[in-house]
Ligand binder design. Sequence first.
Ligand code: AMP
Length: 175
Amino acid sequence: MNADEIKSKIRNISNFPKPGIEFKDITTLLKDKEAFKSAIDLMAKELSQEKIDYVVAIESRGYLLGAPLAYKLGAGLVLVRKPGKLPAAVERIEYDLEYGTDVLEIHKDSIEEGKKVLVIDDLLATGGTVKAAIDLVKKVGGDVIGAAFLIELEALGGKKKIPEGTKLYSLFKYE
Ligand code: AMP
């Protein structure tokens, strides 16, 4: 399946979860066996030149892409989770949302010093979430070489939050 066909499987839902937001629903892509496989294969192809030790996936839709991608790239999978879910000692980061703050956690011992990391989420919007995840990985000693997304909403300018030296991979861009 080519890129345009895969992209056409993403469903747009207006005014969800609140008025003015156009939600990119990837459930319609994931349930299509050809689209799901082709999307993972395309992402893996774009990343095939990188030497990646760990794919760090962000809860929860990041897991749906991060797990098959890590398997395909021959990398380990590390989870960034919402607070209180990881059982061993964690590093935590608090970050600003439009209203209020949120917290993400990672196991302190999940990444050895200097290992090469790709952070992955389903979608890049304002970039606040991925910036927090990147900072968390750095706290535990990882070297974040890239950030990958199925979807980038370019108008929201999230790529400005990705630090210099970290490559941005986004499969589908929307203006
Ligand atoms: P941000 O921190 O603003 O880059 O937001 C990214 C996170 O919010 C990702 O984990 C997305 O799953 C979710 N998200 C933000 N905007 C949308 C949207 N329009 N459609 C679907 N998910 C979104």
